[in-house]
Design a protein around this ligand. Structure first.
Ligand code: R5P
Length: 317
């Protein structure tokens, strides 16, 4: 790999607002790249400035529409590689397909691994991402990955909501570790709800383990889509006497039915989330969005300067 000379940040079309904020944080403009598609739907990418020997950061959350956003990212990586960028970092504030990370039924793919292979094969030298659905996905890559957490960004606001009487609730067993980490940072109790997914759009929560009566609860998760997981957990918390219920997710990817479900679930007073993916609706003021642009910008700066990124995992009180 050639030695990188200068830092360049380029945005895919998934979330230009976030990319611009990251570039602003870094005190540089967004790099010039032409993104378009042909009448038959194929994508076309052309860097409109010299990227030779650049330390190029390509920002693209692979959120909805995931296939288009992923393909555009792959083509951007390919174009940067062929234009002789010294180092290419794919920045995925949200890594789509992460939930398909294992064979849990016969004859199914491990699409998260396929996506990791595609990004690597396209020519990425390293990855920055945030709150992967499961930590093990890091091992799907054989290139360096910086895996960031939204928690340091969300905790100050959550602390104000829960005070000293909080309980952090995992809405399923898979999110227990994340919830415990939030619980430690908030100095709050811990509870877990058991979840059974009936199909892609319906979940049922059946049991609660932990004490939530008269407590301020925060349900934490990596993402919400149909809001089935959050709403089912909120119902069971309310039934068990929770005083107030909030939810905190790193990636808010609410579908239309998810918005309706949340609107019909007043038990959740506020959904706290980040701008890792575009937020299209604030649900009448019930969604609080906290930007991860400074977190991502600082990670990019440190990677460019060869400094440690791990100190970004800690919370400033
Ligand atoms: C699943 O294990 C994830 O961590 C989320 O709990 C889930 O994907 C949320 O999806 P939904 O909002 O559709 O229930």
């Amino acid at each position: 790999m050639e030695e990188a000379e200068h830092i360049c940040v380029y945005s895919g079309s998934a979330h230009p607002e976030l990319s611009l904020q990251i570039a602003n944080y870094l005190g540089i403009g967004l790099g010039k790249v032409h993104l378009t598609h042909f009448p038959d739907g194929e994508y076309f990418v052309q860097f409109e400035e010299n990227v030779r020997r650049a330390d190029a950061f390509l920002i693209q959350p692979t959120c909805k529409p995931p296939n288009d956003n992923l393909m555009e990212l792959l083509i951007m990586i390919d174009a940067a590689r062929r234009a002789s960028a010294a180092r290419i970092t794919a920045v995925l504030p949200y890594f789509g397909y992460a939930r398909q990370d294992r064979k849990d039924k016969p004859r199914v793919p491990i699409t998260a691994k396929l996506v990791a292979n595609l990004i690597t094969e396209a020519g990425a030298d390293r990855i920055i991402t945030m709150d992967l659905h499961s930590q093990q996905i890091q091992g799907f890559f054989d290139i360096p990955m910086d895996h960031l957490y939204a928690r340091p960004v969300l905790i100050p606001h959550l602390k104000k909501l829960v005070g000293s009487d909080g309980v952090v609730v995992a809405p399923d067993s898979g999110s227990a570790k994340m919830a415990m980490s939030y619980g430690d940072l908030l100095e709050a109790g811990f509870a877990v709800v058991t979840k059974r997914r009936i199909n892609a759009t319906t979940v049922a929560s059946s049991h609660l383990v932990g004490e939530v009566k008269d407590k301020i609860c925060v349900i934490t998760d990596d993402l919400t889509s149909t809001a089935g997981t959050l709403c089912a957990a909120a119902k069971i918390l309310k039934a068990n006497g929770a005083a107030k219920i909030y939810a905190a997710v790193s990636h808010c990817m609410l579908s239309e039915s998810g918005k309706e479900k949340l609107l019909a679930t007043p038990e959740i007073e506020q959904l706290v989330t980040t701008d890792a993916v575009p937020i299209v609706d604030d649900l009448g003021g019930r969604i609080k969005v906290i930007s991860v642009a400074p977190l991502l910008g600082e990670a990019i700066r440190r990677i460019h300067e060869g400094k440690s990124v791990s100190s970004l995992f800690y919370i400033k009180h």
